[in-house]
Design a protein around this ligand. Structure first.
Ligand code: PGA
Length: 257
């Protein structure tokens, strides 16, 4: 059985005071929930404050990125052990904004996944195709290259700490959600890849979440799909009411196994 997983990616938003207030509201509304794994990802500068606010709740804190090397002459970078030190339990790796705007390669993403797991963090690994790739028929090649290379040399045991987020680039921040059938097709494909790389047990246990314009009014249809185990939420995670509604939806989830 896979526990539903809802993560909020706050991206480059919120001062420390704003982040503390949003995290506080979420602790009040959904902080006691045990049937959903809830993760929020503030900017680096708010991680300490948000970790403190969430310390007595079931909400876990994630960073939005990390470097692949623990320490050294890497001006401007933050490493996985330092994220663990500030209270993070998760880190988002390979978000399409990192891949596109900051030219992160599949190999670099793999190195980051490796570093994060070594530091004891769990990871949310993002994969997803552009509209052009979907239209030119390379969707499944792109997804399999991203999944296989992100997980290169990651062991079966380490897969317990990995969540995969399928986020079609054309659906991020655009208001266009993949239809639940389109999303389910790719989620099922990714689960098949995991079965091939690892084994049926890993494929069955790994959470594969959807991201791209998830809102309270479309979470239901997405979560009803057999292979969609949760959501990585951008814009709607900045509003406590919307994010809480998305988290609370999962109450009515059927159990998938
Ligand atoms: P969105 O972002 O929900 O605003 O589309 C999702 C994401 O980028 O993780």
């Amino acid at each position: 059985m896979r526990k539903p997983f809802i993560a909020g990616n706050w991206k480059l938003h919120n001062t420390i005071a704003e982040a503390r207030a949003l995290a506080g509201s979420l602790c009040t509304s959904v902080g006691n929930k045990e049937d959903v794994e809830i993760v929020i990802a503030p900017v680096f500068t708010a991680l300490a404050a948000v970790s403190a606010v969430c310390a007595d709740s079931n909400i876990k804190v994630a960073a939005q990125n990390c470097h692949c090397i623990d320490s050294g002459a890497f001006t401007g970078e933050v490493s996985a052990p330092l994220l663990a030190d500030v209270g993070c339990k998760y880190v988002i790796i390979g978000h399409s904004e990192r891949r596109q705007l900051f030219r992160e390669s599949n190999d670099f993403i793999n190195a980051k996944v490796f570093a994060a797991l070594k530091a004891g963090l769990s990871v949310i690994v993002c994969v997803g195709e552009t509209l052009e790739q979907r239209e030119d028929g390379s969707l499944f090649d792109v997804i399999s290259a991203q999944v296989n290379s992100a997980l290169n040399e990651i062991s079966t045991a380490q897969m317990e700490q990995v969540v995969i987020a399928y986020e079609p680039v054309w659906a991020i921040g655009t208001g266009k959600t993949a239809s639940s059938d389109e999303a389910e097709e790719v989620h099922a494909f990714i689960r098949g890849l995991l079965g091939g790389r690892y084994c049926a047990a890993v494929a069955a246990a790994t959470r594969i979440i959807y991201g791209g314009s998830v809102k309270p009014d479309n979470i239901g249809e997405l979560m009803a799909q057999e292979n969609i185990d949760g959501a990585l939420v951008g814009g709607a995670s900045l509003k406590a009411d919307d994010f809480s509604a998305i988290v609370n939806y999962t109450k009515t989830l059927k159990v998938v196994s």
